[in-house]
Design a protein around this ligand. Structure first.
Ligand code: PLP
Length: 401
């Protein structure tokens, strides 16, 4: 079989792959840094970074080297035995998050499930909630993953319809509204699960002080605050974690995506011993969680963020990017919002659907994805330069200006 072209590959995927995504019509067969390339050799700037899983850039040489070195010696042991990488990764992530313990999983959804289990078990064992009565407060327009329990508290009909019966025990309240949370608290509340910025909802940034307010409610009412940093974590928003804008100390930090350096699925939950200590041998686990290959990659992924000052870069370049977007003064753009290099352009109703613009941007060599019908998200790899951003702004101007 000769080398397959983009048209053939898209046709083949359409025929043999389930249609659970609606990809932009571009096939990627090669990538490096911020650049990706199709089989015909056309290059594009990646402005999505696999939903922030590629913060360190495609195929970062240090991360790829760690992967290769580890693949040559040991890949999988399961947690039935110790291995020589998981403890090193756990220590590193514990120091980064300033939490005493780490529980490793693979995907973001698994880490969210782990946090839900943690809050419930903590509620029964530490708070004395009566059997099967635990409640977790979650938010309108949340996105935490795709498992049956997680979609049970989704408010997006596309993500949820026809997947019932649903898992009970979740109270859904308005985002960015502390009174709504106050009204939902009762003696069975074991925790809040919140995105510090709602990514999938369209880069929705809550008011300053909101997370601090949630943190105070959790402390005053004896329940846990879990922040889902799967998308916002690891320098994406101009801080190592987005909750750090608020000077709070959440009880549970949920991580994924960029923890795997764009190479390997690695996720984790961090919390102190009084919280994660509720797990005893056998009460939770994952065959691949804590595997040496993933741990080696994650260690390198964290090192790259720190060594290359990607937190500061994300903050500075994010502000610059947003300023340039606001300067476009296009009648198609309603507003530009975000933090660091997690940026959303909200379109005016008169502009029509976002998909036509992401398609047009693709033709100009920029790959980004719409979220809902009226928001375009820009989240390039954090190794992007000011010069690359200027180039991108020129293209965006041609499409939206
Ligand atoms: C992507 C995402 C998840 C789910 O991660 P998967 O690896 O796709 O399971 C959970 N929470 C947030 C905020 C996300 O953006």
């Amino acid at each position: 079989m000769g080398k397959l072209g983009s048209e053939q590959l898209m046709e083949m995927e359409h025929k043999f792959g389930a249609h659970n995504y609606h990809p932009l019509e571009v096939v990627i067969s090669k990538a490096e840094g911020i650049w990706v390339e199709n089989p015909e050799g056309k290059k594009f700037i990646d402005m999505l970074s696999a939903y922030s899983a590629v913060n360190q850039g495609h195929r970062h040489p240090k991360i790829i080297q760690a992967l290769k070195d580890q693949a040559d010696v040991l890949t999988l042991t399961s947690r039935a035995f110790f291995n020589d990488k998981w403890p090193v990764f756990a220590k590193k992530l514990s120091e980064l998050t300033k939490k005493e313990m780490i529980l490793p999983m693979n995907t973001g959804a698994e880490a969210v499930e782990t946090a839900i289990k943690t809050m419930r078990k903590w509620g029964y064992l530490k708070k004395g909630v009566k059997k099967d009565q635990a409640e977790i407060i979650v938010f309108d327009e949340n996105f935490h993953g795709r498992t049956t329990t997680i979609v049970s508290f989704s408010t997006d009909p596309v993500a949820k319809d026809n997947y019932g019966p649903f898992t009970p025990g979740f109270k859904i309240v308005a985002y960015n509204d502390l009174d709504a949370v106050k009204n939902a608290i009762n003696e069975n509340t074991v925790g809040i699960l919140v995105e510090p910025i709602q990514g999938e909802a369209g880069v929705v940034v809550p008011d300053d002080g909101y997370l601090k307010g949630l943190s105070k409610l959790a402390k005053d009412n004896n329940f846990l605050l879990a922040v889902d940093e799967v998308q916002t974590g690891f320098a994406r928003t101009g801080k190592m974690f987005a909750f750090m804008y608020e000077d709070i100390d959440p009880d549970i930090i949920i991580m994924g995506k960029a923890l795997g350096g764009g190479v390997f699925p690695v996720s984790a939950v961090a919390a102190n011993e009084d919280v994660l200590g509720v797990f005893k041998p056998g009460s939770h686990g994952s065959t691949f969680g804590g595997n040496p290959l993933g741990c080696a990659v994650a260690i390198a992924a964290i090192d790259v963020l720190l060594d290359e000052n990607l937190v500061e870069k994300s903050n500075e370049l994010g502000n610059y990017f947003m300023e340039q977007l606001r300067n476009l003064k296009s009648d198609k753009i309603k507003l530009v919002r975000g933090k660091g290099l997690l940026i959303g352009i909200v379109l005016n109703e008169s502009a029509g659907k976002a998909r036509q613009y992401t398609t047009a941007l693709k033709e100009k060599g920029l790959l980004c994805k719409e979220t809902h019908d009226w928001i375009i998200r820009f989240a390039p790899p954090l190794v992007i330069t000011k010069k690359d951003i200027d180039y991108a702004i020129g293209k965006i101007k041609e499409v939206l200006g």
